[in-house]
Write a protein that binds this ligand. Structure first.
Ligand code: FE
Length: 142
């Protein structure tokens, strides 16, 4: 699902396999390395991606899948802990064939080409999540 190399203490470069799904691969990696807090950045190319938009007035999620070849012009995210497991918060900007960009909160994305990520772990740091009724979000809990 991925290959990785530790580039310095608690920091990794990660290559996600072609056709793999990014958030599942990242979750697997975090579990394998025991990462419960950290930061993620990366780029790549996908053939399908599902984005999420939270409507702040209704607190309803609107999910939309785009099935087309796109470059990941930026993937940024963080790792925290929820129910003893890694919790990923990922956002993505992707460019289309006409060079315009779309983006949002990332639910899933299928690689078609490559996906190169940098993951920095914050070992020993406890960053949890709690459900905030006002925003409808799982906010950081320190
Ligand atoms: Fe988000």
């Amino acid at each position: 699902m991925y290959k990785y190399k530790e580039v310095k203490d608690n920091a990794f470069v990660l290559s996600i396999d072609n056709h793999a799904e990014v958030s599942s691969a990242l979750m697997e990696f975090c579990k394998e390395k025991g990462i419960l807090a950290g930061n993620i950045t990366g780029l790549g190319a996908v053939s399908e991606a599902t984005f999420r938009f939270l409507n702040p007035s209704t607190l309803k999620y609107v999910d939309k899948t785009f099935t087309e070849q796109m470059e990941i012009t930026n993937l940024t995210g963080n790792i925290s802990e929820k129910d003893g497991k890694p919790y990923l918060h990922l956002h993505i900007t992707a460019s289309r064939q006409d060079y315009t960009c779309i983006g949002g909160h990332l639910l899933s994305a299928y690689i078609n080409g490559a996906c190169e990520l940098y993951v920095e772990a914050f070992p020993g740091v406890k960053v949890g999540r709690y459900q905030d009724p006002e925003t409808g979000l799982n906010l950081y809990e320190f």
